[in-house]
Design a protein around this ligand. Structure first.
Ligand code: ADP
Ligand code: MG
Length: 453
């Protein structure tokens, strides 16, 4: 039987698959799905990338085979092969981008981090849900954005991980810039501050470093507990602080605990932290959690029944980042055409059981990535710079940061690499993600593999 024979039935086969899997799933996974070669009962089908191949094999192999057999009973098995036509992958990505943007505008909103201020425009007051745990902090931040340098200086916001400190601090920055057009503002994590400072010591550029952090109207320093035990950086921050404070410039800090409880901090710096307004954020109550879930799913263009939100809000109580993570996972499955029932949500939430982030060891992440790239676990630690390995390592770094929440420094230690390399790799993936929804899908799949318990 010649290949041409298939061409005539192929459209019917595709229509059938489409009816089976649903329109939007079909559009995403079955474009460029073409018969390539037939021999002795085996049909080879061309697909645009390895990622699509893996996904189709995992999810739809049975549907595909069953449908094809209905039309062409001679076929015993199918084999998916990745196309080697140059440009197809790119082309494919473009179609996906177009389709996604018509299916779901929100998903594609690109948030450019402002290189001058380091602020991400995604974090705003108007998309921050105010509730019992955070209303005081919210009010204080609003006041500071209006009257920076005058009212609460410094502003010190603390609370456990995932309750919205970064969101609130960045929103304050974004609002201040909106209200006072020409001010100079910098947002950065304390880890970045420390790294830049150490780099400047190495390069003999501390003068430039100082100048940069003193020519500022608002300095926002996130996660200042990171300074614990780092004497030289503490000293540097102490001087920066005094300089700015004496000129009535605003300083805003966040931390995972109150100043009193940060270990190994010089007393004089601690007393600076305590010198303005110290305010805490607590985990969201039930109503706030419901409101956050609704807001976030609206942002992604999806609406579920209240029962679904209720179940998530009942199960995940402490950490808004986790709440968002669970919701994203559910939305991802929804977008794959799965029906989101309470049972399905229960199943997915198992992955979000208590302390799940900590249960996922870096080793597990290495294993999943190595499997995906068909390499050995230990290969990721090698110095080899083949394209394949470099890519695998970038993904690994991305997940170590996003899932295990490791600092750049610890990732560097884990992989025996300089932390600047780690930062570079991480940021490369983040940048690509903004432009390429297919990569987004790929990472979601990897992520769900990593989360499998
Ligand atoms: P933290 O810095 O305290 O660890 P983040 O600010 O990174 O937490 O918040 C984690 C995620 O939860 C972010 O995506 C943030 O937008 C979201 N988030 C937290 N609190 C709220 C809130 N009250 N309203 C809307 N989104 C929130
Ligand atoms: Mg944070």
């Amino acid at each position: 039987m010649a290949l041409e024979h298939f061409q005539t039935t192929w459209d019917k086969i595709l229509t059938n698959i489409k009816n089976n899997v649903g329109e939007s799933v079909f559009k995403v996974w079955f474009s460029h799905f073409q018969p390539k070669n037939y021999s002795q009962g085996v049909l080879k089908i061309e697909v645009p990338s390895k990622f699509v191949k893996d996904w189709l094999e995992k999810k739809f192999e049975q549907v595909i085979l069953k449908t094809i057999k209905e039309f062409i009973p001679e076929i015993k098995s199918i084999e998916l092969v990745v196309s080697n036509k140059p440009g197809l992958e790119i082309d494919y990505q473009k179609t996906i981008i177009k389709r996604f943007s018509s299916i779901n505008q929100q998903r594609l909103t690109i948030f450019e981090i402002n290189p001058q201020t380091n602020l991400n425009p995604r974090y705003r007051f108007d998309n921050f849900v105010v509730g019992q745990g955070n209303e005081l902090a919210f009010a204080a931040c609003q006041a500071v954005a209006k009257n920076y340098g005058k009212l609460h200086n410094p502003l010190f916001v603390y609370g456990p991980v995932g309750v919205g400190k970064t969101h609130l601090l960045q929103a304050t920055g974004n609002e201040a810039l909106k209200l006072h057009k020409n001010i100079k503002l910098k947002y950065l994590t304390t880890e970045e501050f420390t790294n830049e400072f150490i780099q400047s010591l190495k390069n003999h550029t501390t003068e430039e470093f100082r100048a940069k952090f003193r020519d500022i109207d608002i300095l926002i320093l996130d996660d200042v507990h990171f300074l614990s035990g780092k004497t030289t950086s503490q000293e540097e921050l102490f001087h920066t602080f005094n300089y700015l404070f004496n000129l009535s410039k605003q300083i805003i800090f966040s931390s995972d605990r109150p100043p009193k409880l940060i270990p190994d901090i010089e007393a004089r710096l601690r007393s600076r932290f305590e010198g303005g307004l110290v305010i805490d954020i607590n985990p969201p109550d039930y109503e706030t959690r419901m409101a956050i879930l609704k807001l976030k799913s609206q942002e992604k263009g999806v609406v579920f029944d209240d029962k679904i939100y209720d179940l998530i809000a009942q199960r995940i109580t402490k950490n808004t980042r986790e709440l968002e993570g669970a919701l994203s996972l559910i939305i991802f499955h929804h977008n794959q055409g799965e029906k989101i029932t309470l049972e399905k949500v229960e199943e997915l939430l198992k992955k979000f059981s208590k302390d799940f982030y900590r249960k996922i060891s870096p080793k597990k992440i290495v294993k999943v990535i190595a499997e995906h790239y068909e390499i050995k676990d230990e290969d990721v630690f090698k110095k080899t710079r083949t394209k394949h390995l470099v890519r695998a390592r970038q993904f690994l770094i991305y997940f170590l940061r996003e899932i295990s929440q490791l600092s750049y420094t610890s990732i560097g230690e884990f992989l025996k690499k300089d932390h600047t390399t780690i930062i570079y790799s991480y940021e490369k993936i983040v940048k690509e993600l903004k432009k390429n929804p297919l990569l987004n899908q790929e990472l979601e799949v990897l992520k769900s593999k990593i989360m499998e318990v």
